[in-house]
Design a binder for this molecule. Structure first.
Ligand code: F6R
Length: 232
């Protein structure tokens, strides 16, 4: 799955950057356990000159809030440890929501503007939460379309506790792209790994759209590829 995903990213990047537009390829990226294999493969490919990140701009999907960038559990640190610190990307082209700001709302608004100014996201890579969440768009009565601050559900905090020393240390909020920010991407690549995602994945295949299963909104997008390592 990871090899295929890395190849997919490389192909899209190639198409865009060999064109005449001169525009950077804009790549949306997730954290979590699922994309780690893809990131490892992309690093190998970059070292072998099979993929070039010098004309790539990235936007990460989400970040805990509040959190310091140098906290070992920040998504900022995750991205530098698992990808950005190991590839030839220009650091000024990396965009990650900051969990350090005092005004979360203007951080989110600025982020939307930056995505727009970059020409929109060409390829958005996402993972799937066991409860059907995408980014930190959690199941509920409604979804917020644009980048916003959100409370994490107890369920998500408990799942993410494995990376912290205790539940108290897991931030209670996050900043996340909204479902609309994700659906505006030209292409979406979703990676689904692990048995715990089976239920959410089956719900997606059911075809009904509901805010109780945020991933179901992918049905409204015309260009989604799903790669999974699971047998249904
Ligand atoms: C991560 C993110 C989350 C994860 C999801 C799956 O940036 O936005 O939605 O994609 O929780 O996480 P893993 O891959 O750890 O199972």
């Amino acid at each position: 799955m990871s090899r295929f995903a890395a190849k997919f990213v490389e192909k899209e990047l190639q198409i865009q950057t060999t064109g005449l537009s001169g525009k950077n390829f804009v790549l949306g990226l997730p954290t979590g356990s699922t994309p780690i294999g893809m990131y490892e493969r992309l690093i190998e490919m970059n070292r072998a000159w099979e993929v070039d990140f010098s004309k790539v701009t990235t936007f990460n999907l989400d970040e805990y809030y509040p959190i310091k960038r140098d906290n070992s559990q920040s998504y900022y640190k995750f991205m530098f440890d698992n990808l950005f610190g190991k590839i030839n990307i220009d650091k000024k082209n990396i965009n990650i929501l900051s969990g350090e700001v005092s005004d979360a709302d203007s951080e989110c608004l600025e982020y939307e503007k930056k995505i727009e100014a970059a020409g929109g996201i060409d390829l958005m890579v996402i993972g799937l939460g066991a409860n059907g969440h995408i980014g930190f768009n959690e199941p509920g009565d409604f979804l917020i379309p644009y980048t916003h601050a959100t409370d994490l559900t107890q369920d998500t905090r408990e799942k993410n506790m494995r990376f912290f020393n205790s539940l108290d240390e897991v931030p209670s909020k996050a900043l996340t792209m909204g479902m609309g920010s994700i659906l505006k991407a030209k292409k979406i690549l979703m990676l689904v790994s692990g048995e715990s995602k089976k239920e959410a994945f089956k719900n997606l295949l059911d075809g009904k759209i509901t805010t109780k299963i945020p991933v179901s909104f992918l049905h409204l997008h015309r260009d989604v590829t799903v790669l999974s390592d699971m047998k249904l």
